[in-house]
Every structure is written in C-alpha cells, then in structure tokens.
Design a protein around this ligand. Structure first.
Ligand code: ZN
Ligand code: ZN
Length: 418
C-alpha cells in the first residue's frame, strides 16, 4: 500500500524558487532566443519545472519539452516487472534526445529523487537496469560529455530526499530546510543571484588559469588512508565554473559548483586512496571505500558498506576501473561548511576534493572539441559507460603539484589552497 504524498511545496520559499529557475535559465543554460529546451524532472519538482518554463519562454525559448519521472513507477518495475525487463531501456527516447542535441536543443535536468529509493532492491537487478540504461543513453550522453550543447543540472527538495538529509524532522520542516540549503548553495539567497554567479565564476577562473599555467605532470594526494599519485592527461586543461559549449554558448553545467577539475591520465594513477564521505550511488550508500591503483587501474577495492554494488560498478567495463576526472574543492567551501551530507553528488562533490571513475570530459583537454576519441585515448583520456564521483578530500589532505622533472609545488595544505 502507498499513501498519497502530502503537498509540501508550500514549505518552499516561492521567491527563491523563482530565482533558482531564473538562474537555471540565465546562468546554468544561458538559453538562447529560439533555442529548444529538453527537460527531465521528478514529478515532485513540477513547481520548479513550471517556473523554468516561464523563464525559458521569457528568454525566447523555441519549445520547452519536459519529461517527468515518478518514484512509485520505478518501484512498480522492481515489484512486478518481468525479469527480462531489467535488461531494457527506452532507447527510442535517448535516440530522440541525441537527435534533439544534434539540432542544438539545450538540456536541463532537475534532480531531487529519494537517494535511497532502490536500497532495498536486488543489487543484481539494479546493476542490470543501470547498465541497460547507460548503453541506451550512450548516443545522447556522448553529446553531453562532448559538450555539444549548453546543459545544466539544478536541484529541487523532494520530500524523501529531505527526510534522508534531515532525519527526525517533520516532513514540512525537512523540505523547508533542504530548500534553504539548496538555495544557499545555489547562490539564490541574495538579491541579484545572476551578479553573484558572475563574481563566483570569476574566482573559479583565476584558479583554473593558475593551474593551466603550471602544467603539472601529476598531483600527489596525501592524508589519512591516502597516498595517491594522479598523473594528468597529456594536454589536459583545467575547467571550473562557466565554460563554453561547442555551440558557442557559455553555460554553468552544474548549479551549485565549487570545483575546478581536469582529466587524469588513465594509465598513470598509482597508490591507495580512501573515501572521506559516503557515496550515494543510484539507491545504494557505499561507505568507507578504500582502493589501490596500479598503472591507472583499480586492482583492489573495499568498502565497509555497499562493497557488492561497488564491485559490480567496477565490472561495468574496462574503463570503470580507471579515472576520468580529478577535482579540487577547498575544505572551506560553503557546501562543506554547511556540514550536511546531501546524499547527492551534485552537492557532495562540491564539499570536497574528488576523483571520478569512468568517462572523461573532452572539454578538459586543450582544444578538446577538435580531438577525436582516438586522440583523447592516446593522450590518456578514459572511456567508460559510467562517470561516478567520490570524495577523497578533507581538512587533512595535502596536495602537491608534480612537474615532469620532479619539482613539487604545494597546491593544497590541510584542505585549503596553498
Ligand atoms: Zn567533479
Ligand atoms: Zn564528475
């Protein structure tokens, strides 16, 4: 039996929600006059979907097409779906999305689902469904990771998610608190959020410029449970904040964002590293991860919780055991200071330095847009169906930049920019 979810959108400040919609359209997407928008969201996020549609059309959008998902529909599949259905995915939808992106349609995703939705389900079925979905999604995902068009992700405080972040609070209080945390992290709790984003983007640009001038050969991370050398890909480029898609539009793909990030060398990562925050991966919490790398490949992986799911993820394909991203975030970032664990990568990855298993971003190479997949692979870029960020930063992590001649430059000390 299920109960009708009470309407909790009344607990969410409508002014700030409208500003979030405005920021998503003007900063996150920088939606262009005449440009179409493809949007996905959980049904609970309908109030934000409607505000975004309003701002998008005011900005001159061609056509806004939303597709809504529902947690109960997802669970119905696990309860009653035939076994063979777990190897299926709506390929026709993703082919349509790929076609839309090829025609310069912008992409917006609203996240806000229950992070533990699939926690009680058979991990084998979850893995099969994820793999089928990743495979079917590939034609569309290629255009997103290749940054063909402007895209953006924002968050809406779904009630199950809010209950996870604020356990023990009444539902309306939890939703209101998560909404405030989202608004603060997304910089819409100020009068002119578009200007605030301009200043924030300028700060991130100064960091990426310094790192790009340094041209480090590798980064060395040291701290409790961590002694890891992450080789950087040949011709890597640091990115952060606003960046320009191949269609010429400068957008902010993630709202919030605090990271600067680049591409590691898929065959030059060595040592061991421990996670500093739990990883919420499609309904399962994976905690206390400890892995060892040899020549770029994870050869040993343990987790205090969710180890079975972790190992299934690592077996997705060859690239799933190698890194596709390394990102630097100071321990004093606003999201880190909030002290909250959001159980959502969009937020948690902005609380700490992190690495990502799987697919790299071509935009994290010098002239990345003009490189073929073969060239990217030759320069050390990784390829995989997955891209999963997990946190390795804390107030105790030191990072050195290592030049090709062995010269070392302090980059982080005790979790802060040196
Ligand atoms: Zn990242
Ligand atoms: Zn990432």
């Amino acid at each position: 039996m299920t109960m009708q979810q009470p309407n909790l959108s009344a607990s969410i400040d409508p002014v700030k929600l409208d500003r979030l919609a405005e920021v998503a359209v003007k900063v996150g997407l920088q939606l262009q006059p005449g440009q179409d928008l493809f949007l996905t969201a959980p049904v609970a996020a309908l109030p934000l979907v409607r505000r975004i549609a309003e701002h998008a059309y005011k900005a001159g959008a061609g056509l806004v097409t939303p597709i809504l998902s529902d947690e109960e529909v997802t669970l119905a599949r696990y309860r009653s779906g035939a076994d063979a259905s777990f190897d299926r995915a709506p390929g026709w939808l993703y082919e349509g999305a790929a076609k839309a992106f090829a025609g310069n349609t912008a992409r917006l995703a609203i996240v806000g689902d229950n992070p533990m939705l699939l926690a009680g389900q058979d991990p084998a079925k979850v893995a099969r469904a994820n793999k089928a979905n990743s495979l079917a999604y590939q034609p569309a995902l290629e255009k997103i990771v290749g940054f063909d068009v402007n895209w953006n992700i924002v968050a809406y405080p779904g009630s199950a998610w809010a209950a996870q972040v604020f356990p023990g609070e009444p539902a309306d209080v939890a939703v209101a608190r998560l909404a405030d945390a989202i608004f603060q992290a997304s910089r819409v709790d100020v009068d002119d959020p578009v200007a605030a984003w301009g200043a924030h983007n300028a700060g991130l640009r100064r960091r990426t410029q310094w790192l790009n001038e340094q041209r480090f050969h590798a980064l060395h991370f040291s701290g409790p449970g961590t002694d890891l050398t992450v080789g950087l890909a040949d011709g890597h480029a640091w990115q952060g904040g606003a960046s320009t898609a191949k269609n010429g539009v400068t957008c902010n793909p993630n709202i919030p964002t605090e990271e600067v990030f680049t591409t590691p060398h898929a065959r030059r990562v060595d040592g061991h590293v421990s996670s500093t925050k739990p990883l919420s991966y499609q309904g399962t919490l994976i905690d206390d991860i400890a892995v060892r790398f040899e020549a770029g490949r994870i050869v040993e992986a343990k987790a205090a919780r969710g180890e079975e799911v972790l190992n299934k993820v690592l077996d997705t394909d060859e690239g799933a055991r190698r890194l596709g991203e390394v990102a630097l975030v100071p321990h004093s970032s606003p999201i880190s200071k909030s002290g909250l664990l959001f159980f959502n990568t969009l937020f948690d990855e902005n609380a700490a330095c992190h690495i990502a298993l799987g697919q790299c971003y071509s935009k994290c190479f010098v002239d990345g847009a003009s490189l073929s997949p073969e060239q990217i692979a030759a320069q050390g870029g990784n390829k995989s169906l997955i891209h999963i960020d997990w946190m390795i930063g804390s107030g105790e992590i030191d990072i050195d930049g290592v030049h090709a001649d062995g010269r070392r430059v302090p980059v982080f000390r005790k979790g802060e920019w040196a």
